[in-house]
Design a binder for this molecule. Structure first.
Ligand SMILES: Cc1cc2nc3c(=O)[nH]c(=O)nc-3n(C[C@H](O)[C@H](O)[C@H](O)COP(=O)(O)O)c2cc1C
Length: 471
């Protein structure tokens, strides 16, 4: 458990996972170049920049670059136990555990304490923060690791998501929440009610809060309740009456509103797709107040291709939630999102077919599952194929697919708004490939050939002899 961001940084120090940079660095591109180098080499190191040109605030990047840190943060906690039990829900003890877990989630409602803003310093404008320009063709500076907190104007449920914010001037930014995300859902409710949506944004808090904001929880599920379960202690929020409550351990707090009728061009921004995102109209965040704790540390994330921090985060969070997806789709034995498929675009399934068409059923279920529904290429393989192994996957694609029969295109459906290939933003098509062996009850009239293999005992014996012959 980490009290706040600084406590987590101290922990990373102890583990030898931080590199401090004391040379003066520019917030424009130079911090990216260091972070990119650390990520590309797979060091898993967090970077702390103590001297950032034009600001007294240190900047930290790559907070979650180390998979070990993520394991340590969530490993063995009630949340992980609960999620892994989900895949074994058929057993009585797993059911009891789930009920206990559900109760724990309800009990873990964040605690709300009175405002502690007296401990903070009021800042004049966003220009007082060391906001980074990440890539050369970005439209400007972007806040890349903000926790954006909104409340449903209808039922007051809380949503927290990480959505980048393009700085337009000292008091306005873009609000890049994708249409399917919680913040956008609250904004559409505000539009129906013809009112502004109050928004609090924080930068820098304990790691459980940050990771819970990124986690693909269903809309209506309070991320701060989830972080309480993951941490094993309630999230403490502070209220200031006029805006959504924020964690009491926030480094920087930005309060304001979004007028749901207002849009402004956002981007380009070098995104995790490896491309600059195409400029599109997004809501505008009007800032009314900014506070920073004395000695505040500004945190940022650098994304831009599959070797950056977000890959580590996505891989970890997906592993955490996979048991639930498998429990809901009993035809699926395993799921793999290859990093080259930028996590959301490509999805491989392992299926053990028991009835005709089961591979397709498994693929359809993915298209209806939360943020997995962004997947645009879904492939189902038999369970003898290692879906994490490229050569195995390519072999199955080459030898088990008859394109006319096994490839299906579904048009006019939801797409990731970051997908620049679609003609219309957020609307596209899906390709489903059934790369499983076809059976008679699926209309395959020939005899599907066996795969070639030597008898197991003979192979093992000769392999042993072969190993000594090679020496
Ligand atoms: C560094 C980083 C930047 C992100 N930027 C965005 C963004 O600009 N827009 C967006 O919709 N999602 C973005 N995400 C993903 C969301 O945070 C994630 O989908 C989250 O589950 C959304 O929460 P919600 O379902 O409560 O809306 C980003 C994630 C990370 C790790």
């Amino acid at each position: 458990m980490h009290k706040d961001l600084r406590d987590y940084i101290r922990y990373l120090y102890k583990k030898g996972r931080i590199i401090e940079i004391n040379d003066t660095v520019k917030p424009d591109l130079e911090i990216t170049a260091y972070t990119d180098a650390a990520s590309r080499e797979g060091t898993g190191k967090t970077l702390l920049f103590n001297n950032v040109e034009g600001s007294r605030m240190p900047v930290v990047t790559n907070l979650f670059a180390s998979a070990s840190s993520l394991e340590e943060l969530f490993g063995g906690t009630y949340a992980t136990e609960l999620l892994s039990k989900a895949s074994r829900i058929k057993s009585q003890s797993a059911k009891i555990s789930m009920i206990k877990g559900a109760k724990m989630l309800l009990d873990s409602k964040p605690k709300i304490v009175a405002s502690q803003l007296r401990k903070y310093k009021k800042l004049k404008s966003l220009h007082d923060l060391p906001v980074l320009k990440i890539w050369p063709k970005d439209a400007g500076k972007f806040v890349t690791l903000p926790l954006v907190i909104t409340k449903s104007p209808i039922d007051q449920t809380v949503n927290v998501g990480v959505y980048r914010m393009q700085v337009y001037d000292g008091s306005t930014t873009g609000m890049h929440w994708q249409a399917q995300k919680g913040g956008a859902v609250h904004a559409s409710e505000a539009l129906e009610m013809k009112k502004d949506l109050k928004v609090s944004v924080i930068i820098g808090t304990d790691p459980h809060n940050i990771l819970s904001a990124v986690a693909p929880l269903p809309v209506g599920f309070n991320e701060f309740a989830f972080s309480g379960v993951a941490r094993g202690a309630h999230t403490i929020l502070m209220s200031n009456g006029r805006y959504p409550e924020v964690p009491a351990n926030s480094e920087i707090i930005i309060n304001g509103y979004v007028d749901p009728t207002e849009k402004r061009v956002e981007g380009p921004f070098g995104d995790h797709t490896g491309y600059y995102s195409v400029p599109e109209e997004y809501p505008v965040f009007h800032i009314e107040e900014i506070y920073a704790k004395p000695g505040a540390i500004y945190s940022a994330s650098v994304v831009g291709s599959s070797w950056h921090e977000d890959t580590v985060i996505a891989q970890f969070l997906f592993g955490l939630f996979k048991p639930i997806i498998k429990a809901m789709n009993e035809s699926i034995i395993d799921i793999y999102l290859p990093p080259e498929g930028i996590f959301t675009n490509m999805c491989f399934l392992s299926v053990k077919k028991r009835f005709p068409g089961e591979a397709k059923k498994a693929m359809f279920s993915i298209l209806g599952s939360g943020q997995l529904s962004f997947a645009k290429i879904v492939v189902a393989f038999d369970d003898d194929i290692d879906i994490k192994d490229k050569s195995s996957v390519l072999w199955a694609l080459a030898t088990r697919v008859e394109p006319q029969r096994d490839v299906q295109i579904i048009t006019g459906t939801t797409a990731d708004s970051l997908d620049h290939t679609t003609n219309i933003p957020s609307l596209g098509s899906k390709m489903l490939i059934d790369a499983t062996k076809k059976t008679r009850n699926e209309g395959y009239t020939r005899e599907w050939p066996d795969t070639i293999a030597l008898p197991k005992e003979l192979k093992e014996e000769v392999d042993r002899k072969w190993a000594s012959l090679k020496k």
